[in-house]
Design a protein around this ligand. Sequence first.
Ligand code: FE2
Ligand code: FE2
Length: 438
Amino acid sequence: MATTTTSSRPAAGRMAAVNEMTRLLRLLFEVEREFLRTVTTLVYRVGEPELKYLICTHAWESAGHGRFIRERGRELSSFGTHDNVRPEIRNVFEEAVGTNTDDPLVLTAGFYGVLKPALLAAYKHYLKVTDPLADWPSKKLVEEFILDEERHLREIEPYLKGVDARAWQSHLTQALDDLGGWLGNETRLPLAASFVWQHEQKPFSHPATCNRGKYPVCSGVFGFDPTEDPIVRPWLTDPNTDARVIRLMVYVWLMMEMDAIDYLATVFYDTPAAPFDLHFDLARHLWDESRHSQFGFRQLPKLGVDLMTVEHSLDLYNILVQMPPHERYALMTMEFEAGSFPTKAHVMDRVRELNDFEADTLLAFDRNDEQNHVRYGHRWLPEIMALFGETRPTEEFVKATQEKFKTFAEIYGGKTPHSLPKEKRLTGDKILKLAGVN
Ligand SMILES: [Fe+2]
Ligand SMILES: [Fe+2]
């Protein structure tokens, strides 16, 4: 009988060693891509900006792992040409997303205390069972990824101190044990009859507003009244505005890209059927925005600004989350980003008067990144529209979406009251003082 099987499928038998390792690589790819799709739901639910930034960085690195594994996998026979994730893997990640009412730090501890350590174990298993010479290319990648995964766990640790996530972690562990770990190489412990999949009871939906933790919030930071608003629109382009004032205002502007982080992060979860390359570019986009926001977050205190006086604007998230994902993405790339270049160019020229090399560098990289984001928009908007059955020509769709945004802004915008009275918060007038302009 054995002879018959071998001779009827000789290729399979001959390539068994490759096929087995490819099967594992395929699983690792699916885990990384599904991790990216779901871990991003934490971004707008956790409140601490540093934690948002960190998750964005890890999401980007996971996207990189996925891309490299897929590249290597495609060099091997039987990896497959599609990007789909099998339902049993998707199920565990879907569960880890939790619901809106769950504590976001507990959910973070689920991802980082159960799913990521299991991924690390899976990479270690791969390294153990692969032939170090025959499969050297995969081995080198996996060695790198193990270092990344170990660092991710270390980096998240300070944020999870004192978080009691034992019940949630044990729940997710059961879900994962049922699979025998991500690679199925561990003993399978079938689910108890009493196990209830929470996401089947209550599907996840994005919260109506994003979390900014201890920081004060408001609806918007752009305005015309220096006694009320930190970014006074006409001052940005007025040639008489002192360059030091412009520098402070643009740092506030950059820091507020935190709203881009929060609403862009919603798009991954909503597009499970997207090609992986779309999520890869979104992950890059997300990480870029998290760096832009850090430009402001790190530079403002150096210029004397107390971050507890800087209100975070929530309007863009609050409005966009009411619109479907392809409309969110269209507005972001075709309206907000594409439309920001002329003012930013002027701002950059003014800031250069200060001979502040660091500011010039940050703004130049911001501009370079933003040009890429608009390119991503042109590349992916038609595909993301197709995912949602949108058949109008792109231009017509973008125009209609801009109009819809105006209507939605009236309904869902302007609803977040100022956390701080104007005497306490950073305003244009305060910026004049901080800049030393009388
Ligand atoms: Fe940006
Ligand atoms: Fe951008």
